[in-house]
Design a protein around this ligand. Structure first.
Ligand SMILES: NC(=O)c1ccc[n+]([C@@H]2O[C@H](COP(=O)([O-])OP(=O)(O)OC[C@H]3O[C@@H](n4cnc5c(N)ncnc54)[C@H](OP(=O)(O)O)[C@@H]3O)[C@@H](O)[C@H]2O)c1
Length: 233
């Protein structure tokens, strides 16, 4: 497995202090990609990443904070996620409005590729997960906005819809990918979701793809690039 990518540019990670986001940062650093993180807490980001990343302190609710965060970046990876039904960490504030704000700021700043962590069942308003503040509906609104804004010439996006998230090392499972939101259940390691998001920066077949992903069986993987070969636009 290659440890150095030819990707040139700095990548902003939103939600970097989260369980998936911190894997995104680790995988970017693994490939030698310069990283900036947007975090509500400098202390939390510093404790996790030391001086290996640039930190912009701010909230996803603030136009000004988000504009500062994306400035000078070529790529953005969003692993933002809500954690309460109401308030600043709610699905409407974070998964929809925050993500949409990030998409718009990224496009304005000249970001050329953006990857977003979404969820399986995101198109199914009647799924039980949606009882949590309409989280699936909110995520779908953000997905739609990202596809619209980043399918313009000179930009691209990748939307990853994982099953239930678990912890563990990356590249330890054979994956199943699908499109059309047909998977109802399944689970995925956060670290594999992070790996898929990171390599989408430079894998041509990852551009402008929306797909679901779950783990199929334990099996060491050299790379996850081959899963992008199975997708259509
Ligand atoms: N859990 C599952 O089984 C599952 C399944 C499918 C998809 N997903 C989706 O996968 C994604 C990642 O999940 P996860 O479990 O890794 O998430 P997580 O650990 O809860 O991390 C969420 C991140 O979002 C940040 N955040 C929340 N509100 C914010 C705000 N107002 N301003 C700036 N940052 C804010 C958090 O920052 P702080 O550290 O400051 O709180 C944290 O970094 C989420 O979008 C989730 O919905 C989850």
């Amino acid at each position: 497995m290659s440890t150095i990518s030819e990707y040139r540019g700095k990548v902003l990670v939103a939600g970097a202090t989260g369980k998936t986001g911190s894997w995104v940062v680790r995988r970017l650093l693994h490939y030698g990609v310069p990283v900036r993180v947007l975090s509500r807490s400098e202390e939390k980001a510093r404790t996790l990443f030391g001086d290996k990343v640039e930190i912009v302190v701010g909230k996803i609710q603030s136009d000004e904070d988000v504009a500062r965060a994306v400035e000078g970046c070529t790529g953005v990876i969003s692993a933002l996620g809500s954690s309460s039904v109401t308030g600043e960490s709610s699905p409407s504030e974070v998964d929809r409005d925050g993500a949409i704000r990030l998409v718009d700021a990224a496009a304005k700043a000249g970001v050329t590729h953006m990857a977003m962590v979404s969820s399986i069942a995101v198109t199914k308003w009647f799924h039980p997960l949606n009882l949590f503040g309409g989280v699936l509906t909110m995520k779908y609104a953000a997905e739609e906005h990202l596809r619209k804004v980043f399918s313009q010439p000179g930009r691209s996006c990748t939307i990853i819809r994982p099953g239930g998230l678990r912890d563990g090392e990356p590249l330890q499972h054979r994956l199943q990918v699908d499109q059309g939101d047909r998977l109802w259940s399944g689970w995925t390691n956060r670290s594999d979701v992070a790996e898929l998001a990171v390599i989408s920066l430079w894998v041509p077949k990852a551009k402008n793809r929306t797909f679901e992903v779950i783990s199929e069986a334990p099996e060491a993987q050299q790379s996850l690039e081959k899963y992008y070969e199975q997708l259509h636009e």
